[in-house]
Design a binder for this molecule. Structure first.
Ligand code: NAP
Length: 248
């Protein structure tokens, strides 16, 4: 059974490890190619966009894909839309594997925003030292004239043309410990944190650290996405794969 796993997340890594030893499924992992040195995973891997919905339709047909598991990051909204359209057009079963969003807990001081532009506005006019943890792709929303100083952390160097004027760049790949996050926020004298509501544990330490230091967090809500059903447990994904295999 040929399966396409749309990756770029810790869920995709988990699924790759679960599927690789199996002789009854032939799974391919697909990565967008954004990260220069992605962590190697034990599945045949293709890298790069498909060329929009039409390109993905052609790929599904050429490869005889029988099921697609969208395990892209919760904020990869375009890929999710494309997968939903291409799977509908080819009658290919599609499910999503993701993690639940974070919810504010006692001691959290969240200001929720619908997108990166709204998060930039939520910083207000009084100068602040901002820890920007949204990754380099959203940095452009914080570029341009601003009273704030930004500490931007990303895995790879961001596009130098779309950066805030007053900037410290921290190139690092998580996971980070709460102690490390507290130390960094203290060292950089951070007043406010900006985060996407990614969910999961891998990047959560900054949220615990902000709570510990009583810092506000501008939390960017997840984009709404069309893929259904959505699973958060790997056993449910594996069960869904079995159901597709036995479907007429
Ligand atoms: P996006 O905006 O939803 O997608 C933009 C385009 O990138 C898609 O139209 C598609 O190109 C290509 N693409 C995205 N995911 C792909 C995949 N798994 N395989 C092949 N092509 C893919 O995506 P994004 O937000 O830029 O994210 C890109 C990758 O980084 C994804 O794999 C995602 O899981 C990962 N990631 C994203 C975030 C985030 O915050 N957005 C965070 C961590 C990791 P075509 O139209 O040409 O097919």
């Amino acid at each position: 059974m040929r399966i396409l796993v749309l990756g770029g997340s810790s869920e995709a890594s988990l699924l790759a490890k679960a599927l690789s030893p199996r002789a009854d499924v032939a799974a391919t992992l697909s990565l967008a190619g954004r990260t220069k040195n992605p962590v190697a995973l034990p599945l045949p891997t293709r890298v790069g966009g498909f060329g929009g919905v039409e390109g993905l339709i052609a790929y599904l047909q050429a490869e005889g894909v029988k099921a697609v598991i969208n395990a892209t990051h919760p904020f990869a909204a375009q890929m999710k839309r494309h997968a939903a359209e291409a799977c509908a057009a080819t009658a290919t079963p599609l499910c999503a594997f993701t993690r639940a969003p974070w919810v504010p807990e006692e001691g959290d001081r969240w200001i929720e925003a619908d997108d990166a532009a709204a998060a930039a506005r939520a910083l207000g006019d009084a100068p602040k030292r901002v820890f920007l943890t949204t990754g380099r792709q959203q940095a452009g929303a914080f570029a341009g004239p601003s009273p704030h100083h930004f500490v931007l952390r990303s895995i790879d160097a961001p596009d130098p043309d779309a950066l805030p004027a007053s900037l410290d760049l921290v190139l690092a790949r998580g996971p980070f410990s709460v102690a490390d996050e507290i130390a960094l926020m203290r060292e950089k004298r951070i007043d406010i944190v900006v985060s996407k509501n990614a969910g999961g544990e891998a990047t959560r330490a900054k949220i615990y650290a902000a709570r510990e230091l009583s810092l506000p967090v501008v939390m960017i809500r997840r984009p709404k996405t069309p893929d259904r059903p959505v699973f958060t447990k790997i056993e449910d994904v594996l069960g869904w794969i079995e159901a597709q295999r036995s479907a007429p």
